[in-house]
Write a protein that binds this ligand. Structure first.
Ligand code: NAD
Ligand code: UFG
Length: 339
């Protein structure tokens, strides 16, 4: 069993990953500045696992916070979630995104180097793929210039990590390219708790269902897809969390830098998701069609053969589970971690 530092561990994907790590017997140290999360998620993770983790409130941009953690704990590997992720906001305040996501990642890897730790799992995104690629997207396809600054930070960090590991063979880095994470732990005690108006489809749908929003706007119904609405590869957050454990096992014994897609391989349209949510959960979702959202592609879904073959990872949950679990979390926590 290993001692894992989880940056951004109080967030949506981080908290689910901490739970799976604890359940698998690992020791977990979380470093998070709580800029987009609350410590409540970590109390709940500990309750669910009946195990303790260590929480350090700190920032990956601050050397003293990082050195304190690396000096205090004998860390074996780092899972790096910390960063900002709001696509629209990244267009308005790009420097803040470059600072948190790019400078923060450079700072983290420099601190790891000082501490002699070279095993890293990085949260990347399907957004790094060139828009001209036709789904299913595989890791041999070219990356391209993402349509927003958030995506750009993911591409830059991927490239920096690749170059770093080419220069120094001690590094062992997994780039996990997430497709669309949704769902929540089956208990409904931890889940996604976005600040303000949700950007993403699933939290918007659950907030309409719980009465916090009036209706869903479906961005575009004239795409060249099954029903005209955008198609994505939704992946259950618990499956995604487990992909990090598989990547960790791989990185503990291999060196180099390698990318893996983490998706189910199935595409679902916005209308299919909305209709299935209504059916599975017995609630109705008011909606309207709205113009296309700038930067959106028509279709994106994964070929995740590489993750299956090399990481021994496959998604276990289907769309119904994702929709049930998202609703179970929102129903139990209408105001997220506030209540
Ligand atoms: P999240 O906002 O819930 O979690 C990110 C966490 O990082 C938060 O707890 C936040 O407080 C913390 N954080 C931010 N900046 C920090 C800093 N400078 N120092 C320390 N902590 C900091 O987001 P999430 O959905 O759990 O995403 C986790 C990672 O996965 C992010 O890097 C995100 O870009 C990436 N990702 C997310 C998605 C998605 O759709 N959710 C898709 C692809 C990639
Ligand atoms: N959508 C709506 N209405 C909404 C929100 C979304 O119709 O209120 C549609 C979008 O147009 C798209 C689909 O639902 O067709 C999914 O949109 P999301 O915003 O949930 O997800 P994206 O595919 O745009 O982006 C997500 C993450 C990014 C990541 C990207 C990788 O938010 O961080 O996947 O593909 F980079």
């Amino acid at each position: 069993m290993a001692k894992i530092l989880v940056t951004g561990g109080a967030g949506y994907i981080g908290s689910h990953t901490c739970l799976e790590l604890l359940n698998a017997g690992h020791d977990v140290i979380v470093l998070d500045n709580l800029s987009n999360s609350s410590e409540e998620s970590l109390y709940r993770v500990q309750e669910l696992s009946s195990k303790k983790l260590d929480f350090v409130q700190g920032d990956i941009r601050h050397d003293q916070d990082l050195d304190k953690v690396f000096n205090q704990y004998q860390i074996d590997a780092v899972i790096h979630f910390a960063g900002l992720k709001a696509v629209g906001e990244s267009q308005q305040i790009p420097l803040t995104y470059f600072d948190n996501n790019i400078a923060g990642s450079i700072n983290l890897t420099k601190a790891m180097e000082r501490a002699g730790i070279f095993k890293l799992v990085f949260s990347s995104s399907a957004t790094v793929y060139d828009e001209a690629n036709i789904s299913p997207l595989n890791e041999n396809m070219p990356t391209g210039m993402p349509s927003n600054n958030y995506g750009y930070t993911k591409l830059i960090v991927e490239q920096l990590l690749e170059k770093m590991s080419e220069a120094d063979p001690r590094w062992s880095i997994a780039l996990l390219r997430y497709f669309n994470p949704v769902g929540a732990h089956k208990s409904g005690h931890i889940g996604e708790d976005p600040q303000g108006i949700p950007n993403n489809l699933m939290p918007y749908v659950t907030q309409v269902a719980v009465g916090r929003r009036e209706k869903l706007s479906i961005y575009g119904n004239d795409y060249n897809t099954v029903d005209g609405t955008g198609v994505r590869d939704y992946i259950h957050v618990v499956d995604l969390a487990n992909a990090h454990l598989c990547a960790l096992n791989n990185r503990l014994i291999n060196n180099g830098c390698r990318a893996w897609n983490i998706g189910t391989g199935n595409g679902s349209s916005v209308l299919e998701v909305k209709n299935a949510f209504e059916k599975v959960n017995g609630v109705s979702i008011a909606f309207e069609f709205a113009p296309r959202r700038s930067g959106d592609v028509a279709i994106s879904f994964a070929d995740s053969t590489r993750a299956k073959e090399e990481l021994n990872w496959t998604a276990k949950f289907g769309l119904e589970d994702m929709l049930k679990d998202s609703w179970n979390w929102q129903k139990q926590n209408p105001d997220g971690y506030q209540k």
